[in-house]
Write a protein that binds this ligand. Structure first.
Ligand code: AMP
Length: 117
């Protein structure tokens, strides 16, 4: 079940500030507070989804397509499309997911090697 008090839900409701990259009615992108590389942005849909499986199973294809189109827009906005980047979604205990609101990490700005973040 979705936890309305998770930190990203509070950021969406503007109860906690964030360093915003892009926002519209459906999505929010902001800089990670603990960056794993020179550029580290988090992207979240504003709907109440705890993880990747919920996002895919509980939304429609248009919502999913719109979200990932915005991810690509932000990748371009950050100047990462040509230099390269990594998109990560952690899920569940073994995946190391800390915040139970579905999100993608957009990481780049330097060579990332093979390390897994
Ligand atoms: P995950 O482990 O995939 O759930 O990632 C959660 C990410 O959220 C981590 O990279 C944290 O550094 C980041 N994070 C936690 N709190 C905040 C916050 N208030 N603002 C920005 N990023 C945050």
């Amino acid at each position: 079940m979705y936890d309305d008090n998770n930190i990203f839900a509070k950021i969406i409701r503007s109860e906690i500030p964030c360093d915003k990259v892009y926002e519209d009615d459906d999505v929010l992108f902001f800089y990670d507070i603990n960056p794993a590389a020179k550029i580290h942005v988090l992207g979240i849909p504003k709907i109440k989804c705890s993880n990747f499986a919920d996002f895919i199973e509980q939304t429609n294809e248009q919502t999913i397509k719109k979200f990932f189109n915005k991810v690509l827009d932000v990748v371009k906005m950050l100047g990462l499309k040509e230099s390269g980047y990594r998109l990560i979604t952690n899920s569940g205990f073994n995946g190391g997911q800390e915040v139970p609101h579905y999100h993608v990490h957009i990481i780049g700005g330097e060579p990332l090697g093979r390390k897994i973040n």
